[in-house]
Design a protein around this ligand. Sequence first.
Ligand SMILES: Nc1ncnc2c1ncn2[C@@H]1O[C@H](COP(=O)(O)OP(=O)(O)O)[C@@H](O)[C@H]1O
Ligand SMILES: [Mg+2]
Length: 269
Amino acid sequence: MDMNKKEEYNSAIINTIEITKTYRLGEREEVRALKGVSLKIQRGEFVAIMGPSGSGKSTLMNILGCLDTPTSGKYFLENIDVSKLNDNQLAEIRNKKVGFVFQTFNLLPRLDAFHNVGLPLIYSREGSKNDKKERILSSLEAVGLKGLEKHRPNELSGGERQRVAIARALVNDPSIILADEPTGNLDSRSGEEIMAIFQKLNRQGRTILLVTHELEIAKHTQKIIYLRDGIIHNFEKIKNPIDAEQKLKEMPRLENKMIENKIKQAKSV
Ligand SMILES: Nc1ncnc2c1ncn2[C@@H]1O[C@H](COP(=O)(O)OP(=O)(O)O)[C@@H](O)[C@H]1O
Ligand SMILES: [Mg+2]
């Protein structure tokens, strides 16, 4: 093998070759959710997947996250062919290599932030109890939730809940973070704060793949992959990604401006 080719191969965390997914609904009906997707994600990349509802985004994320397997095609996760693994092997790889963040946070309501973040460590045999505690606390600190360990989800704002979910995704030190519409349930400021955290994690070397249907959110990443009807129909490099920290600084001004305008309007009637 050509050395350059080999290095390229090795540096891709995610490498899919013509993967398809067909859901069968009874005897005669089937849905072809993915129709041959070939995709490479390199270590350290921050990539967005965009596409209209039903285009196959979640199906792709589930396969990339080892929650499901493709109907055909190959999928290499850090050079391991995961398209052929059984459920147990898949679960093990998933637990080690993938951190998930969902639109609906998926936290357990009866557990406080500390124990929600600790969930992926329950079955892990690696590390002592103290080790695990340290990892949970440093994950919470990484998302700016130090001091809120004892709060349950219903005592936290939406943005804070999503940050707990991100801390949970980080706690196993995964190779890749997969986020499916992570800002979909948040107001614009909280969404921007979540993007600031992703950008910070990416600068620290984390590989992040994010699904969104908002272009404004996708523009915070380095590359947008456009999915439609189960195929990739376009790539776009983002030359100057929106800086979430910067945008957050401008947001209060924006809010003040809106209030000023309201006052002006009220005065003019
Ligand atoms: N478990 C399933 N069983 C049957 N059809 C499904 C299933 N999951 C998704 N689909 C179908 O596959 C297509 C792609 O869905 P999905 O991946 O959820 O798209 P997106 O996340 O882009 O909205 C849609 O037509 C959807 O109805
Ligand atoms: Mg979806």
